[in-house]
Design a protein around this ligand. Structure first.
Ligand code: NDP
Ligand code: MG
Length: 388
């Protein structure tokens, strides 16, 4: 509604904490925020260890809080937060209403929980949080009045298609997958793929970890689990289809057979903005114009499950529940890091993760401490297996 947009723009800008500011989603988020200075102001920025990039952002945006999780030198300004606790500190500040969690990996979990406990909106890119502890995260949001709004493009698409409808109106979610760089490769060639091959994503520019996850299709498994928790849809009503052009960001099929899709040129800026303004839409010029004629054909294919076993492995861990998804996620994080360090071949990722789920997937998962213990066991297991 145009009237709403005017009212919103007359209010004081909303304070935003951006966790993982120096990353791919983080820098897209800053571009979005800088286009809407009357609506949003970045008041807290954090990074892991990239001091130079963070300093550059701080001089541009002048946030009131800055945090560096792992400073490598003693030259961090005295008034900055330091250490892992700075994520929670940034996320729970009084001047913050919305937390964009763009941290990669399970390291984002405590900040998501703390922000939800403090009743904030969490615009969540950090999908590992929901995979690891989906029940606890969604329950924390419910109990404390915090809001969990997805940034992931597929989940933003689903949210936009649902437009406030009850989950009981939904028959099925169909999540699209680009298929990654190895979509058309033979399995023998995939097994020998190099780091350079795996980092060459056909449609999205992203951080290294999610780019490898897109090559193995682990990312799609994480997204199925994420969708299950965000929208309360059982696993047997969530399908995945390969869509190489990455224009349809997902479909929702309703109980009457009608199917809605959300489309757009691949850009994280729209889902980031929507997570900030949901359920409103605001005028924005950041996303390239949609030109269906220039886009040409949109095609869809089945997943080649035998060549990309990580998808089924992850979904099975999700179905199994308990600690299994946390083990899948943690083992995958460590295996991907070893692959990026060239200590593990591409095919070794699924071997490590599947053995870790076998070894530790039945650990207790009924509390946060139990999930953290399972996460630690999975990490130690993969490190030992790779020999580090
Ligand atoms: P990047 O690797 O580009 O950025 C990660 C950010 O998190 C950086 O700011 C990094 O800081 C920080 N960080 C890394 N490790 C830690 C840690 N242990 N504690 C605190 N901060 C840390 O990742 P992306 O932006 O690609 O992805 C971020 C999240 O968003 C992931 O969960 C990913 O799955 C999800 N996502 C990403 C999409 C994309 O297009 N990139 C799309 C959809 C979801 P530093 O720079 O100092 O290392
Ligand atoms: Mg996605």
């Amino acid at each position: 509604m145009p009237g709403n947009a005017t009212v919103t723009s007359q209010r004081a800008p909303i304070g935003v904490a951006l966790l993982g500011a120096t990353g791919s989603v983080g820098s897209s988020a800053l571009r979005v925020l800088s286009r809407h200075p009357h609506r949003f102001v970045p008041v807290a920025l954090t990074a892991h260890s990239n001091l130079a990039a963070l300093q550059q952002q701080v001089s541009q945006f002048k946030p009131s809080f800055v945090g560096l999780v792992a400073p490598s030198a003693a030259d961090v300004p005295a008034d900055w937060g330091a250490g892992p606790g700075c994520l929670v500190e940034a996320a729970t500040r009084d001047d913050v209403a919305v937390v964009i969690n763009a941290v990669v990996g399970a390291a984002g979990l405590q900040a998501t929980l703390a922000a939800l406990r403090a009743g904030k909106r969490v615009a969540l890119a950090n999908k590992e949080t929901l995979v690891m502890a989906g029940d606890i995260v969604t329950e924390t949001a419910r109990r404390h009045g915090g809001e969990l709004v997805p940034v992931d493009s597929e989940h933003s698409a689903i949210l936009q298609c649902l437009a406030g409808r009850d989950p009981s109106d939904v028959r099925r979610l169909i999540i699209t997958a680009s298929g990654g760089p190895f979509r058309t490769w033979e399995s023998e060639r995939i097994a020998q793929a190099t780091v350079g091959d795996a980092l060459r994503h056909p449609t999205w520019q992203m951080g290294a970890k999610i780019t490898i996850d897109s090559a193995t299709l682990a990312n799609k498994a994480l997204e199925v689990i994420e969708a299950h928790h965000l929208f309360g849809i059982p696993y047997d009503r969530i399908d995945v289809v390969v869509h190489p052009q990455s224009i349809v960001h997902s479909f929702v099929e309703f109980v009457d057979g009608s199917v809605l899709a959300q489309m757009g040129v691949p850009s994280m800026e729209l889902p980031i903005l929507y997570a900030l303004t949901w359920p409103e839409r605001v005028p924005d010029t950041g996303v390239p114009t949609f030109d269906p004629v220039r886009l040409g054909s949109l095609t869809f294919e089945p997943v080649r499950h035998s060549d990309f076993p990580m998808l089924q492995l992850g979904i099975s861990a999700g179905r199994q529940g308990g600690a299994a998804p946390a083990v899948f996620n943690a083992a995958n994080e460590v295996a991907v890091a070893h692959f990026l360090d060239e200590r593990l071949p591409f095919a070794g990722i699924v071997d490590c993760v599947s053995a870790a789920v076998e070894a530790h997937g039945t650990m207790p998962g009924d509390s946060l401490d139990a999930l953290l213990a399972a996460d630690a066991a999975a990490r130690a297991y993969v490190h030992a297996r790779v020999g580090s």
